[in-house]
Design a protein around this ligand. Structure first.
Ligand SMILES: Cc1cc2nc3c(=O)[nH]c(=O)nc-3n(C[C@H](O)[C@H](O)[C@H](O)COP(=O)(O)O)c2cc1C
Length: 214
């Protein structure tokens, strides 16, 4: 064998070795890339979105919910009773349900809450308790594990002991209230109610990244 042939054979062996070595590493490279892809942050559509829900008898909570929507840029849904309540009869039925801790009959709520979080629920106070439609809605098991914030509006007074009592009652059902916003709105105009919403969120922001705007 000439020197020339030996050099050529050695090169061929090294070449074959390098090709085989690279091939054996290929799966690791591939896995590394696949792994990198799977740790990509969730796309916007996969991220959870806040949702605002409200119940209103005389319209104030609709104003609160729509101002929250302006501030948080998210969807709003109304919690509706099965039959429309109005006038003195509406007042009597509502007061009765809350005095005797009765549930309200609600229209079916069809929205899927899977991707919704946090959930903000706006409700009036009736007889020192959260309104019966909101209380009934809060029994929905789909709310378990969500960050729930309550916006409770009233005309004059709501005892802090009552607030704590209700939080404990909900916690026993697996519903954890992350925050309660007390909205004293008796005698306030629509503009004043909106300003109150802004003031409350400035004091206790819900979504940190928008805290400067709120
Ligand atoms: C049946 C009933 C009971 C109420 N009880 C109280 C109460 O105990 N304390 C209070 O400050 N306001 C009470 N209010 C006033 C409401 O909480 C207040 O007007 C509320 O902001 C109205 O919200 P809405 O317009 O969205 O229905 C009561 C109102 C109704 C209709």
């Amino acid at each position: 064998m000439t020197n020339h042939t030996i050099v050529r054979n050695t090169r061929a062996i090294w070449g074959a070795f390098i090709v085989l070595f690279c091939c054996s590493l290929a799966p690791f490279f591939y896995q590394g890339l696949a792994g990198a892809q799977s740790t990509q942050p969730a796309t916007e559509s996969q991220q959870e979105q806040p949702l605002i829900l409200y119940y209103t008898l005389t319209g104030k909570n609709k104003i609160i919910a729509s101002e929250l929507k302006n501030l948080l840029s998210c969807d709003v849904e109304e919690i509706k009773t099965a039959s429309v309540r109005s006038g003195i009869w509406g007042f009597i039925v509502s007061g009765y349900e809350n005095i005797f801790n009765k549930d309200a009959e609600l229209q079916p709520f069809t929205r899927d809450l899977t991707g919704a979080n946090p959930i903000l629920i706006c409700t009036p106070l009736w007889m020192q308790k959260i309104s019966s439609p909101a209380r009934t809605f809060l029994k929905n098991p789909a709310l378990k594990g969500k960050d729930i914030y309550l916006f409770v509006s009233f005309n004059g007074h709501w005892g802090e002991d009552k607030e704590e009592e209700y939080k404990k009652e909900l916690a026993a059902q697996g519903i954890h209230i992350k925050g309660i916003y007390r909205m004293v709105i008796g005698g306030k105009t629509e503009d004043d109610i909106k300003k109150e919403v802004i003031k409350q969120l400035e004091k206790k922001p819900i979504i940190q990244k928008t805290a400067t705007a709120l």
